[in-house]
Design a protein around this ligand. Structure first.
Ligand SMILES: [Zn+2]
Length: 133
């Protein structure tokens, strides 16, 4: 499914499209701006990711985490990856969730919200994308 977003056959709100990976909005965000960063090739879990892609992929994760914070004026981020258990899509992905002090996120219970419209989602994707250095 994420391969289809990377290839463009399924539309997504794209934050970054680079050789190292692809980043797009989670359509059921924990908080608005919640971004998923995936490797371009199909790896299911972290153990499958070829060693030569580790540094470029996590380099993109690092830059997206900075962009989510700066682009949205967030207080910080929560960066996480599920492998197998609680992994909803069988294509490796890192969650980058904007955090604000007092936002109510506790432990690993993730309340999900939704975007009011495609326009609002696009706005969030553009803010993060513009802050990507
Ligand atoms: Zn895939």
């Amino acid at each position: 499914m994420f391969c289809d977003i990377v290839s463009g056959s399924v539309p997504g709100f794209v934050v970054a499209d680079e050789p190292a990976g692809f980043a797009f909005l989670d359509i059921r965000p924990v908080f608005k701006g919640h971004t998923l960063v995936v490797p371009r090739g199909h790896s299911v879990v972290l153990a499958d990711l070829p060693a030569d892609q580790l540094a470029p992929y996590f380099g993109l994760v690092q830059r997206v985490s900075v962009a989510v914070e700066e682009g949205l004026g967030a207080g910080g981020t929560f960066v996480a990856m599920n492998n197998k258990v609680s992994q909803s899509v069988a294509h490796l992905h890192v969650h980058v969730v904007p955090r604000t002090k007092g936002d109510g996120l506790r432990g690993f219970f993730w309340p999900r919200t939704k975007y009011a419209s495609d326009e609002e989602a696009r706005e969030y994707a553009e803010k993060i994308s513009a802050a990507l250095s």
